[in-house]
Design a protein around this ligand. Structure first.
Ligand SMILES: Nc1ncnc2c1ncn2[C@@H]1O[C@H](COP(=O)(O)OP(=O)(O)OP(=O)(O)O)[C@@H](O)[C@H]1O
Length: 250
């Protein structure tokens, strides 16, 4: 069973089509990259998967549960880290986690236990009582990931998680999330416009102007397009000639 299955998904804002008949899957325990330039439709896709918007055209299933027809079961298996920062900066790390757990109906003692375990996994156990404000950008992202994993979902979505981080923090965050995939079997959908975040064995979905133009193992996409690397393959597939491995917003 797929961790995430997107089938013939379309979405329009008025007359502007943001997603056009998009289909792809994320396998359990896989690191899948959703690669697209700004405006490709990545955030719209996230909004549909998380039910911020209702999907009227197409199907979204999370571990076999349909997001529209069985949202409780579908969303239980899902953790999400949105692009915008969402920690309460005036609360401590553990308070941020405990309050979030309460929203999921987890009692305070269990929430504290889960929260401390999550912080330990993020390498931030000794910072538990520091205010979120005191953290670096990369550390804040790790706390947001820890929070998104509190209810033990098997699929984690991250919307451009490295935006605004420096090169070292980007690499550390990527390594942390890859570790969750290899050590804990988490399925991850990682969106980015930065090709240097992609490794040969990653699954890649290329989203461009609302269309999924290619999907498969990165190295296979490169070979199929007689390209030198995934950036060149992206240029061939999309006809876009500028995709630079730059930090921050492109
Ligand atoms: N609320 C909205 N109303 C109208 N148009 C929108 C809205 N949100 C997004 N769009 C348009 O839909 C298209 C896809 O946008 P979307 O934000 O999903 O792309 P993205 O790949 O996430 O880009 P970014 O990384 O810049 O957020 C764009 O053309 C965008 O201008």
């Amino acid at each position: 069973m797929d961790a995430l299955s997107i089938s013939h998904l379309s979405h329009s804002y008025g007359s502007r089509k943001a997603l056009d008949d998009v289909s792809f899957t994320v396998a359990p325990g896989s690191f899948t990259v959703l690669l697209g330039l700004n405006g490709a439709g990545k955030s719209t896709l996230f909004s549909l998967v998380t039910r911020l918007y209702a999907a009227r055209n197409g199907e979204i299933d999370i571990f076999g549960a349909n997001v529209m027809r069985d949202p409780g079961a579908a969303l239980r298996s899902l953790g999400v880290v949105f692009q915008a920062r969402t920690l309460d900066l005036e609360l401590s790390l553990i308070q941020n986690l405990v309050y979030h757990a309460a929203l999921h109906g987890i009692g305070p003692l269990e929430a504290r236990r889960l929260g401390m375990a999550a912080l330990a996994r993020a390498g931030l156990a000794e910072r538990a009582n520091d205010k979120a404000r005191a953290l670096s950008g990369g550390q804040m992202r790790r706390v947001e990931i820890a929070r998104a994993l509190l209810h033990k979902p098997k699929l984690l979505l991250l919307d451009e998680p490295t935006v605004g981080l420096d090169i070292k923090a980007r690499a550390d965050l990527l390594a942390h999330v890859r570790g969750l995939v290899s050590d804990e079997g988490l399925g991850v959908l990682w969106t980015t416009h930065l090709i240097d975040e992609i490794e040969d064995d990653d699954q890649v979905v290329i989203l461009h102007h609302g269309k999924a133009l290619a999907a498969g193992r990165a190295a296979d996409i490169v070979a199929e397009n007689n390209a030198s690397d995934i950036g060149a393959a992206f240029a061939t597939i999309t006809g876009a000639n500028s995709l630079f491995p730059q930090a921050g917003r492109g």
